[in-house]
Design a protein around this ligand. Structure first.
Ligand SMILES: Nc1ncnc2c1ncn2[C@@H]1O[C@H](COP(=O)(O)OP(=O)(O)OP(=O)(O)O)[C@@H](O)[C@H]1O
Ligand SMILES: [Mg+2]
Length: 500
């Protein structure tokens, strides 16, 4: 009986009985100024125009002395005039969430962006929410599969890990995200397209993601021509939808393209609100909001949100403030190189500049040895590339360089794939094993390979594993024989892949 009344009591308590209203007094650039209503920061208001049109706007600042409220509109400000009525809703942005959002495209306010009719949501989640309590976050110790061989072999990520994808414009950030969205073993994808060109959005959804990827994805869109508050809040809406699925115990893959545009949106809002600029013209509020947004993903006590945030690197400067801040907050970064892109090395991941901070928590010891060895060979090759290409290097002078040269073509095969390739983890690890010449046992294919693993010292004792150091001590002759043998295996594994 009590429960029966609770429902009605809640409705009564939720009902706003006093209507707080104000009137528009000015529009200064992006900012709408109004006298009243009595409203808090982040509260949504409706602006009612004389021509009957209505517009949702958000309170972004106020000045009590002047009884002035600063609002930013979610849509076109056309039709607003001095005297237009502003009605406060008493509520901050809430996002419709539910299982039936899968396959849907929504906007920053959680309204359908596709033409598939009204959303069937189970409940609402607040768009602005705190990060999970650090004490309740589960450890990250299970591998997530991205289906991208370069990542799954040398930059392995865990379920709940957060990484940045850093690149200049047009180097393949969005294409890489779409490959991950199609091939990941996460239960659900939540993709935020923030500040992209409208044509690119449809291209991404129809061609890159495709019907297969779309089926298990929710896409949140705020294109570059939308207002700054819409672009800003789309990032929060994306995160809130991912949080809903995480609370259902799911392993969620969140992708945000791009976090730079999120920062640009807040720069526009802060500047219009009168905030002084700091680094690169960004007001201080950007540096406050950014880590708070990024900290919301990761694990909680129920599920996980693995997150990939793209960062547009201005002039290839990884030390520009947004890149610097994002890199410092996340658990890894993947750098895409213009040079590799020009060489048609796809995806253009620069392994030597990229890092997954948790890779050794989610991989088995043999996988780690193999990955370490291949990474080292890549770095040796890069260091001596000019000498090798100029024909100055004399074979036999240094066994490590010899091996790096010999294994180079197989390593290139490991790191490149067409955007339609689907690489299983078994196949990726078989190729890694063959390319490195280090055996990877099948029990390390499991997503739990990083759990309860033995230390390398124990393994060396038990299995008499030759580690990278000892293999480097081998004479160049026996190394060449061993290399040839494992390269043959690599060729077989890659042949197997192309048949798939
Ligand atoms: N792995 C790939 N294989 C083949 N072509 C690719 C690959 N990655 C990117 N491209 C091509 O490069 C172009 C740019 O790629 P993409 O749009 O993904 O770059 P971006 O970094 O997201 O660009 P922007 O900075 O404009 O958002 C596209 O035409 C795409 O087809
Ligand atoms: Mg892009």
């Amino acid at each position: 009986m009590e429960q029966f009344f609770d429902k009605y009591l809640k409705t009564v308590l939720d009902t706003e009985t006093i209507l707080y209203t104000g009137t528009v007094t000015a529009i200064k650039g992006l900012m709408i100024r109004s006298r009243g209503p009595y409203a808090k920061i982040g509260e949504l208001c409706t602006i009612k125009n004389a021509d009957g049109t209505e517009l949702v706007a958000e309170v972004v600042g106020f000045d009590q002395e002047e009884n002035a409220v600063n609002l930013m509109a979610y849509g076109d400000t056309k039709g607003i005039m001095a005297g237009s009525e502003v009605v406060a809703s008493g509520k901050e942005l809430r996002v419709p969430v539910g299982k039936k959002l899968l396959g849907r495209i929504i906007d920053a306010l959680g309204r359908p962006y596709d033409k598939k009719g009204p959303l069937q949501n189970d409940e609402y989640y607040p768009a602005i929410a705190p990060a999970p309590d650090p004490y309740t976050r589960k450890d990250i110790n299970r591998r997530i599969i991205t289906g991208v061989r370069a990542i799954d072999s040398l930059l392995t990520c865990g379920k709940g890990q957060r990484l940045g994808i850093f690149a200049g414009s047009g180097v393949g950030k969005s294409t890489l995200l779409s490959m991950i969205a199609r091939n990941t073993n996460a239960d659900v994808n939540v993709i935020g397209l923030i500040g992209e060109r409208g044509r690119e959005v449809m291209d991404f959804i129809e061609h890159d993601l495709g019907p297969e990827g779309m089926k298990r994805s929710v896409v949140v869109v705020a294109t570059g021509d939308q207002s700054s508050i819409a672009r800003l809040r789309a990032a929060y809406t994306t995160t809130a939808v991912a949080e809903y699925f995480r609370n259902q115990g799911k392993d969620v893959m969140l992708m945000m393209d791009s976090v730079t545009r999120f920062c640009h949106a807040q720069r526009e809002i802060g500047t219009a609100n009168g905030e002084p600029p700091t680094q690169s013209g960004y007001p201080a509020s950007v540096w406050d909001m950014l880590p708070k947004l990024l900290e919301r993903t990761g694990t909680n006590d129920k599920g996980s949100i693995t997150a990939f945030y793209t960062v547009l690197v201005d002039g290839d400067d990884l030390n520009e403030p947004v890149s610097d801040k994002v890199r410092g907050t996340l658990d890894g970064h993947i750098v895409l190189s213009k040079k590799l892109f020009r060489e048609r090395h796809f995806p253009a991941i620069d392994i030597t500049s990229s890092i997954s901070r948790l890779w050794d928590d989610v991989t088995g010891p043999q996988t780690q040895q193999a990955a370490n060895k291949v990474s080292r060979l890549i770095s040796i090759y890069e260091e001596n590339k000019d000498m090798i290409n100029a024909g100055v290097y004399v074979k036999g002078s240094n066994p490590e360089i010899d091996e790096a040269i010999e294994r180079h073509p197989a390593i290139e095969e490991l790191l490149t794939q067409s955007k339609t390739d689907h690489c299983t983890i078994e196949n990726t690890l078989q190729i890694l094993s063959a390319v490195s010449g280090i055996d990877i046992p099948e029990d390390e294919y499991s997503e739990d390979a990083g759990l309860g693993k033995k230390t390398t010292a124990q393994l060396v004792q038990e299995r008499k594993i030759d580690d990278v150091a000892s293999s480097n001590e081998l004479s160049s002759e026996s190394m060449t024989a061993q290399t040839a043998n494992s390269l043959e295996q690599a060729a077989k594994a890659l042949g197997g892949l192309s048949k798939k």
